[in-house]
Every structure is written in C-alpha cells, then in structure tokens.
Design a binder for this molecule. Structure first.
Ligand code: URA
Length: 445
C-alpha cells in the first residue's frame, strides 16, 4: 500500500477500506507516514468526508493504536460522559458525583482545556492538593471504595488521536464531522466504559454551530459507539450562551460546589439533572423518568455533595476549600458595564471563551500554564434587560494590561435589541440508536 494512493483516492471522493484506514493510522502512529502526507489526507477528508463505515474503521483503529483500558476490576456498569466542549461547562464536576451518589460507579478520565474551551482537569487542579494523575490500581480502588474518581486522561490512550489532533490543530482541519467523531469516540472506546453519554454542544460556543450539524455528529458518534458494543446516547445542548454564571477554573469549581449544594444557576442544574439521569438510564437503573427523579433527589438530599467531598478528600484535595469556597483565590475584578439600555439579545460564546483565555483562564498552546484565579462572572446573560451603565460581567485577572482589550472584545461579542429575544431551549434533542427525539424535554415542561 502507498499513502500517496490513499490520499488520491480520498481526494477523488472514493471510500477507503477498513484495511487501508488501519494501515494508514498504524503507520502514522509508528512514524512511518510523514506529517505532510497525513495533513494532505486530513484536508481531503475535510472536503470529501467519510461514510459511517470509514469513520467507524478510523475510530477503532485509533482506539487500538494505544492502551485499551480494562475497567473490569471495577464492579458494576461503567458509564462514561463526554462533552464536545464549551464555555462554562463544569457539568462533569456535578453530574458525575450525582450519578455516583445514585449508585453507579464513575471512573472518569477527563481532559484539559484548549483554545476557547475549558477542561475538567484544569478546574479540579484549582483545589489545592487534588491529584489528577493516579496509577490504575489507585484509580480503581477509589472507584470501588467511594463510587467515583475523576482523573486526567492517560496519554497512552488512543495514541493516534494525540498525533492526528496535534496536526489538525495547525492545519485548519479540526472542524470536520468524521474527524471530530473518530477523535472523540476513539478515546471513549479506549477508556473502557460499558456505556457512553455524549453532551454534544451546539451554537456559537461549540464546534458545531447548527443543531442539524450537531445532530449529524451525534448520530455518527452514537452509531460508532453502538457498533463497538457500547450503549451510547447523546444530548444536543445549547451553547449559544455560556453555561451557568461563570467561566474559568477556581470560579467554576465554586459554582459546581454551589450547584451540588442546591444553590446553582437554573440552566446548569437542569442540564446536570439530565446528564446524570441519562447516565443512570444507560446503567440500567430504571426508566428515564425515574432516573431523572433520582438524579434530582441526589442534590436535594445532599448525597451528591457528600460524594464530591469524599472524592476530593480521597484524592488528596484540601476539603476545607470545598466546605468554605471563599478560600479559593480570586484575581482582581474589573466590571464590564452595559453600553446601552435594552435586552441582551445574543452572546458570541466562542469569543467569550477566548476572552476568558486572554484573562489567564485558558492556554493557547498545550504547554502554557493557566491562572486558576482568572475568569469571568456573567452577571447578565442572553435575555436579560439592562440599563446603560449596569454591571453585566466581572472580569477576574492578574493581567491588568489586558483588561481594556478584553473588555472591548467582550462587548463586541454581545448583541442588543429593544425586544426580548426568543427564549432558547437548553436541551434540543436526544439521540439514541433508535432515532432522534426532539420533543421539549426540560423539567416541568
Ligand atoms: N474534542 C476532541 O477530542 N476531538 C475533536 O476533534 C474535537 C473535540
């Protein structure tokens, strides 16, 4: 086989066989295929796409290019949860302890933020002492002991994805549906859970900007998961507005703690009930309705918060920060004022994520360090009526020299209207192997 021929075949829009894809992925991982040929292939995929068979073959080959995690030492049905990435998305910190409090084991490996999106591992590391790098035995024994462990993703999982993602990042080939689907699902399959819940974000702060593209991505990922023998469900959720009231690291951990204590913002709380409820459903804990009720109860009765506390303590974190969140450091605050009277009609959420990055909450390159105290508090979000001069956000940063530019960029990301905008739905669809449900699914509606 020659890589040249495979690039040519894809360039002309012909499907590749599973053997050809596997030869290419394994050859690239082993360093036998150079970056420039792989880059040309990836660009051809951006233009010509891949069908479900090709995407599945690519996913499985990438999953097997590194360590395949075996979670059989953990008792019970293991359900993984994955978000395609957004701004203010701290749901793992809340939904995972909720699901664990309802009796399912949660052995979750999470990633760091990159670009405008945040990452669970960076957030957890703002708790002093919390260990995100544990060896397998310790990870398994914590899950068996207290029902949950949240750690960083092992670099050995899906080795091909690591190399391919790094190339995509610098060759403008990230936003291709089959490449995103195979990247995410290769890591999920290698991570070893029995079932997978996907939170596919849609809108201005997501990789997929339209609901239809997000549904198509979700259908592809659900199809791959099911073909690999893992029950998979995807929720399509709104990312036209940041999730919750904060974006950053320590500031998001504080918001997660408040949500676990029943005092979180409505959108975040509601989404976490749906995520934890669907995790329970995938684990076979009952009907979706019962699972949603159980998830909700885990906040009301304090069991989800208790589970989070036990996990933090067991993983070396200083519990006093969780008990007294005012101990978390905050950077100096700079208020953003409304430039006019009116309704906040829309937020360019990707831009807002980029502002959080400028303030020090994110990194541009993987090796950059982050400032856990930096971030944004959204005092007013889409739909709010404000008066000129009112505080609409607080920017927290130690980079005072960036504040003027960050404020300008924040304001430029907002649109205003004299009329209230049409309220948007938080959960737009649920995709399973059986099909796409688009009914109104919010609590109480
Ligand atoms: N997250 C991933 O892991 N891979 C992608 O390609 C996009 C989002």
């Amino acid at each position: 086989m020659r890589m040249y021929d495979l690039i040519e075949k894809k360039k002309l829009g012909h499907p590749l066989t599973a053997q050809e894809i596997d030869w290419m992925v394994q050859g690239f991982t082993a360093g036998e295929i150079p970056d420039y040929q792989m880059s040309a292939f990836l660009m051809a995929v951006c233009f010509q796409g891949m069908n479900l068979q090709e995407t599945t073959a690519m996913t499985l080959s990438m999953a097997h290019s590194g360590e395949m995690s075996d979670l059989s030492a953990i008792h019970g049905v293991k359900v993984d949860k994955h978000s395609t990435g957004g701004v203010g998305d701290k749901t793992t910190l809340i939904a995972a302890p909720m699901a664990a409090a309802c009796g399912i084991p949660v052995a979750k490996m999470s990633g760091r933020g990159l670009g405008f999106t945040g990452g669970t591992v960076d957030k957890l590391e703002s708790i002093p002492g919390y260990q995100t790098a544990l060896d397998r035995e310790e990870f398994f024994s914590i899950v068996n002991e207290i029902g949950i462990s949240l750690i960083g993703q092992s670099g050995a999982l899906a080795a091909a994805d690591k190399k391919i993602y790094a190339l995509r990042d610098v060759t403008a080939t990230v936003d291709s549906l089959p490449l995103i689907a195979s990247s995410i699902m290769s890591k999920k399959i290698a991570a070893g859970a029995d079932a997978i819940l996907l939170d596919v974000k849609t809108g201005s702060g997501a990789f997929m900007k339209t609901v239809e593209d997000s549904v198509a991505l979700a259908q592809t990922m659900v199809g791959i998961g099911e073909q690999a023998g893992r029950r998979t469900v995807a929720l399509i959720t709104d990312m036209n507005t940041p999730l919750g009231d904060t974006a950053g690291n320590a500031i998001e951990v504080v918001e997660a703690i408040q949500t676990l204590r029943g005092k979180g913002p409505q959108d975040l709380t509601e989404l976490c009930i749906h995520l934890a409820g669907n995790m329970l459903y995938l684990a076979g804990k009952g009907t979706l309705k019962d699972c949603l009720a159980d998830a909700k109860r885990s906040i009301a009765d304090g069991s989800a918060y208790e589970t989070f506390c036990r996990m933090v303590q067991r993983q070396g974190g200083d519990l006093s920060y969780v008990q007294e969140p005012s101990k978390f450091p905050t950077a100096p605050a700079f208020a953003v004022l409304a430039p006019q009277d009116g309704y906040l009609a829309a937020m360019q959420t990707e831009e807002i994520g980029a502002v959080a990055g400028m303030l020090g909450a994110g990194r541009e390159k993987k090796e950059d360090s982050i400032d856990p105290a930096a971030g944004i508090r959204f005092v007013k979000k889409t739909g709010a009526q404000v008066q000129r001069g009112e505080v609409i956000a607080q920017l927290y940063t130690h980079r005072e020299e960036k504040v003027a530019e960050a404020t300008e960029r924040y304001l430029a990301a907002l649109s205003w209207s004299n009329q209230p905008p049409k309220p948007s739905r938080l959960i737009l669809a649920r995709v399973t192997a059986e099909g796409v449900e688009r009914q109104q699914m919010q609590e109480g509606k």
